[in-house]
Design a binder for this molecule. Structure first.
Ligand code: ADP
Length: 404
């Protein structure tokens, strides 16, 4: 027989659940009692119930003396029960009910100075008072349980919030460590990559000057070109990583100046046209659109968008860059006629290292850093960047910046 399964069954049937609830209740009570001031402890309450009931009896007798046939003679005793219940809870309240019933019997119902409780008539006489007292004690007891539960829930919430805060701190520390590592590793990689690339380029230049290469060296130029190309890629990645880590560490300083963003876009489009050999349509307004920005960094952000538009759209399709003014903002639009980005991916593309699954399995190179850097730069300028895309029709990336 599977003992484990049987244990689980017992749990499902409820027995251990009841036990758990009882334990929880006991824990709640313990914590509640530990929280309340000493004079409100149930034991103190039980002791103080005697003088309180005594006072109530004196009041009742005085009231009876002033108004002999007062319709609610037990009113001071009810008041005493309510008071005890509200201050000390259900235990002392039940004691107050018992004491009040006995006092009422002894001092109020004839024969005075004797307990008539021992007879059926006496018991029936006192029953309404006793039951009403019990109801009051129970209602106030419920109130006390509710208060205890609320307190317990509040404490549990507080504990959870503390634990979350701690986990958050640890995550932040880990994140800082990761950024630190990335920054150190990138710095360390930069020098060897530059050296390898430099040496490959020198060799290529030398080989290109040679009249004719021996047969066994015929493949060397191609190999060197590959080294040059791949180290160029690596270099770009290291630059991106360094940029990202200094942005995250808040070390990136913007050199702000008044710039016409039409100039920035024109220069980016020209560079990208030379690099890709593709035509890029540029639509600029007649008047300058001046924003306060770091020309190089904003250029870097626009370059990332335009190079993506070229990379993720078919060769020969149209890529457009437009600048215009919208109210108090300058807007840059980069549009392509690529395959578009599905809605569920659009919310992730600005995250670091995110690449769409189909892009990952394609030959398109990249590290998923370009848009994260672009977003960071634009936001540092007080602007925002977003994407609108329709599957099969293409994507448009918008950058909005406050006008100077
Ligand atoms: P990378 O291009 O190096 O992969 P990015 O951060 O620039 O990284 O872009 C993140 C992802 O967003 C890309 O991998 C791609 O899936 C998607 N993406 C970005 N721009 C476009 C675009 N114009 N059209 C379609 N998908 C895009």
């Amino acid at each position: 027989m599977n003992i484990r399964a049987t244990q689980v069954d017992v749990k499902r049937k409820g027995q251990p659940m009841v036990l758990m609830r009882l334990q929880q209740g006991a824990e709640m009570r313990k914590r509640y009692v530990a929280q309340i001031p000493r004079w409100r402890h149930p034991l103190v309450g039980s002791l103080l119930t005697f003088p309180v009931v005594g006072l109530a009896i004196s009041l009742m007798l005085f009231e009876n003396y002033l108004i002999p046939h007062f319709p609610f003679p037990g009113a001071p005793l009810f008041l005493a029960i309510v008071l005890v219940a509200l201050i000390w809870g259900i235990g002392p309240a039940l004691l107050a009910v018992v004491l009040s019933t006995l006092a009422l019997d002894y001092f109020y119902f004839p024969p005075f100075g004797q307990f008539s409780l021992v007879t059926w008539t006496g018991m029936l006489q006192l029953l309404p008072f006793f039951l009403a007292g019990i109801v009051i004690a129970i209602i106030s007891g419920q109130r006390e349980v509710a208060r205890r539960r609320a307190l317990f829930a509040e404490q549990a919430l507080q504990e959870r919030a503390d634990r979350l805060e701690l986990a958050n701190q640890e995550l932040k520390q880990l994140n800082q460590l990761k950024d630190q590592f990335l920054s150190m590793a990138s710095h360390e990689l930069k020098t060897p990559i530059t050296t390898i690339r430099g040496q490959a380029q020198i060799m290529l230049r030398r080989l290109s000057k040679a009249q004719e290469l021996p047969k066994e060296l015929a493949d060397v130029p191609t190999a060197l070109e590959k080294i040059d190309e791949q180290t160029h890629r690596l270099n770009a990645l290291v630059d991106d990583l360094l940029d990202l880590s200094s942005m995250r560490a808040g070390k990136l300083k913007l050199r702000l100046d008044s710039c016409d963003i039409s100039d920035i876009c024109r220069s980016v489009v020209e560079d990208q046209h030379v690099l890709s050999g593709r035509n890029i349509e540029l639509e600029l307004p007649d008047t300058p659109v001046v924003v306060q920005c770091d020309r190089d960094r904003l250029g870097q952000a626009v370059t990332n968008l335009v190079s993506n538009a070229l990379k993720y759209s078919p060769e020969g399709s149209l890529v457009q860059v437009a600048v215009h003014q919208k109210g108090r903002a300058a807007v840059i639009e980069v549009r392509d006629a690529g395959q578009g980005i599905p809605k569920e991916q659009q919310k992730h593309i600005f995250e670091t290292f995110y690449r769409a699954p189909d892009v990952q399995s394609s030959k398109k190179s990249g590290w998923g850093l370009g848009l994260a850097i672009c977003k960071d730069i634009v936001e540092r300028h007080g602007g925002s960047v977003w994407c609108e895309s329709e599957l099969g029709k293409g994507s448009t990336f918008f950058v909005e910046l406050p006008l100077k």
